[in-house]
Design a protein around this ligand. Sequence first.
Ligand code: SAM
Ligand code: CA
Length: 220
Amino acid sequence: MSNKTLPLTDALHRYLLDVSLRESDTLRRLREETAQVRLAIMQITPEQGQFMQLLVHLTSAKRCLEIGTYTGYSALCVAQSLGDDGRLICCDINEEWTAIARRYWAEAGVAHKIDLRLAPALETLNALRAQGAAASFDFVFVDADKANYDNYYEHALALLRAGGLMAIDNTLWFGHPADPADMSPDTVAIRALNSKIKQDARVRISMLPIGDGLTLAQKI
Ligand code: SAM
Ligand code: CA
């Protein structure tokens, strides 16, 4: 028994995957192809993807938004969990990485649920709000450039309906935020957002040590 989160040794992690990971064939092949792509470390872990699938089911989400798509693994997790009337808007700026994403989304038969917007995410988010999409999303996943995390958080809060859920990735950022000597811009941005979220009465929160840290924030 432990009153602290268990340290995840390689053996325990292997066991966790062995006894719980249910990854579709398309997701597994996308993960294997992504492992050969530059910056493959950016992809969420498969167990986090499965957790996000559960979140989508638990919230009965229909309108979803992803900020930072890369080769499309997290988006495919979400899209596979949406009903046929569910929709996911994806924001990214990289054509090469999202071309891989599009290939797998088509193969998995979920391309019709995904609307990829290739533009700086702040432009897409501003446009959504200008078009009246505020308070209309059920689920938002934040996973793009860390310097803009606070901006993404504020846009996501505005776009979520009351009761909607935001999941913010990399909030433990390789452990750097806990090192006061680390003042690199990305660490400072994540540390500041973590502190802000703790005090933010607009949300209910839980910070999970899954993957690189995942903060859940439900809009009140
Ligand atoms: N969610 C993805 C997954 O788990 O497979 C990983 C996303 S990766 C960490 C971050 C992505 O954000 C990259 O694909 C990058 O091109 C994109 N990105 C970086 N700056 C951006 C910006 N200003 N607007 C939109 N996307 C951006
Ligand atoms: Ca991430």
